[in-house]
Unconditional design. Structure first.
Length: 319
């Protein structure tokens, strides 16, 4: 989560150097290349190896459908991510996206799996939303009104990331963390490569920014610590802990984004951001330590091709 907080600052620096398509493509390509060696060496347990032998074509198709869908959400998220940061503030963006994402993810997971949230979980999500509002609304109403439109970009990014959270959990039934990461980032890189080549030819390869060492240093940070490691661990958490609880950890990002924005970019921290950050941390604790959450984890039954999702007493079939 700390690496993700720094990613907002790094992405803010990059956002003014090139268009979102090129920025996102470079990020995806680097993560894909970094993930390949790890995915090849990823050791699967004997139990999982036996599962892979018994799965049928329906399971493979199911996994790849969700992987492709996840790559679409990941691509859209990064385009909105870089587009909003061209004029918006990194700290403000980090607060809005990471405060709203858990709310959207939890609501979507509850709706899909028909799981009614517990009272304390609802309180936790509302606290997280209030924390994000306390850190952003005062600036919107009494700050720079010309930047208000970019608040919508960040809200859209939160919705897209929550959709990515749900898709990632469903896509990882038969693949490890790094295998899934290499697939989703590879597909996203290919998607943007085709879009840029069709719309611009190969002229984008001559962009001066590709010769800038500081550009690549920031891209390496986004692809390494904030990409392969942080995002890979997030995908793993969605598989092990469930999308609802995994998303709750992102409440920690606003504080790190605000602090790093202050230290590295000189962005001012207002008093209400401290209070809102405290509410966000309280929301993490409430959601994380209450009982059942939607999107817990997958297991495969003894019958080949039969996969269920279990969350204490919750179990639904995967089509």
């Amino acid at each position: 989560m700390l690496f993700w907080g720094g990613s907002w600052v790094s992405a803010k620096v990059l956002s003014v150097q090139a268009d979102p398509l090129l920025l996102s493509f470079c990020r995806f390509l680097l993560v894909f290349l970094f993930a390949i060696p790890f995915s090849q060496k990823e050791k699967r347990s004997k139990k999982k190896s036996l599962q892979l032998k018994t799965m049928d074509i329906r399971n493979i198709q199911h996994s790849w459908r969700w992987t492709i869908l996840a790559s679409v959400f990941l691509t859209a998220y990064n385009l909105v991510f870089f587009g909003g940061l061209q004029f918006g503030f990194s700290g403000k963006a980090g607060v809005i996206v990471t405060s709203l994402n858990p709310l959207f993810a939890f609501m979507l997971a509850s709706l899909i799996e028909k799981n009614r949230p517990e009272r304390l979980q609802i309180i936790g999500l509302l606290l997280g939303l209030c924390g994000g509002a306390m850190q952003t609304l005062p600036e919107i109403f009494w700050g720079d009104h010309t930047a208000d439109i970019y608040t919508l970009f960040f809200v859209g990014a939160a919705i897209l990331w929550s959709l990515l959270t749900i898709s990632s959990r469903k896509a990882q039934i038969y693949s490890g963390v790094f295998t899934y990461t290499s697939r989703v980032y590879g597909l996203s890189a290919l998607m943007l490569f085709l879009i840029m080549t069709i719309s611009q030819g190969l002229a984008w390869l001559k962009s001066p920014v590709l010769q800038d060492q500081y550009f690549w240093l920031n891209q390496l940070y986004l692809a390494g610590p904030a990409g392969l490691f942080a995002t890979g661990m997030y995908f793993w958490a969605t598989h092990q802990k469930g999308s609802g609880k995994a998303a709750s950890f992102t409440f920690i990002v606003p504080i790190s984004a605000l602090l790093l924005g202050f230290l590295l970019l000189g962005e001012k921290i207002q008093p209400w951001t401290i209070a809102g950050g405290g509410l966000s941390l309280a929301a993490v604790a409430i959601i994380q330590y209450t009982g059942r959450t939607p999107g817990r984890s997958f297991r495969q039954s003894g019958k080949a091709g039969k996969t269920t999702v279990n969350d204490n007493n919750l179990a639904v079939d995967i089509p």
